[in-house]
Design a protein around this ligand. Structure first.
Ligand code: FMN
Length: 172
């Protein structure tokens, strides 16, 4: 399957090269989009090396291509792992101010969407975050729900991203 992996700016982004490897082990073709916050947490070069593909970071390539449309047409599944609270909100509200959020709007309805929210447990429990997650689920996105764990912020609770193999299995 052609899987587009969106990586937003959650600390679990550091696991995304492993997510790429797990997806590839299962035979998927993988391309990556990195948000600007995501790029502070994981290296574009590591993702390019494990995916054997250029990593998409901008909606504005110099050659006039429109990656938000071309990648939306290319992929069969969009997996966003991690999905930040910010990304959940933008997806739910239809905001489109970067490549990942604009591509989300450009996806044909037959494309599968799998979102893996990951964040501090207090953030995850916020009614507004839960409401956005529910809205997206009601509109057809599948949620790879966060699990209990000790988080990078030092708190324990529900908010940790599923491990890379479990995420790859969730794609099918
Ligand atoms: C070190 C660090 C770790 C962060 N981890 C998370 C996280 O796990 N989940 C989350 O929702 N936001 C997290 N944030 C906040 C996001 O990076 C911030 O909301 C950002 O605007 C998200 O942008 P994006 O959704 O475009 O990637 C973190 C911020 C920092 C500085």
């Amino acid at each position: 399957m052609k899987v587009l992996l969106g990586i937003s700016g959650g600390i679990a982004a550091y696991k995304s090269p492993e997510v790429v490897r797990s997806l590839k082990k299962r035979g998927h073709e993988v391309r990556c989009i990195l948000t600007s916050s995501g790029a502070k947490l994981v290296s574009e070069h590591a993702l390019a090396a494990v995916s054997n593909q250029a990593v998409w970071t901008s909606m504005w390539p110099a050659d006039g291509h429109m990656p938000h449309i071309e990648l939306a047409r290319w992929c069969e599944t969009l997996l966003v792992a991690p999905t930040t609270a910010d990304c959940l909100a933008k997806f739910a509200l239809g905001l489109a101010d970067d490549l990942l959020t604009t591509l989300f709007l450009a996806l044909e309805p037959d494309r599968a969407v799998v979102l893996a929210p990951a964040m501090n447990p207090v953030m995850w429990q916020k009614p507004v975050v839960q409401a956005h997650a529910r809205t997206l689920q009601e509109r057809g996105a599948r949620l790879a729900l966060p699990v209990e764990g000790l988080l990078a912020c030092g708190e324990s609770g529900i908010g940790a991203m599923l491990d890379p193999d479990a995420l790859a299995a969730a794609i099918g």
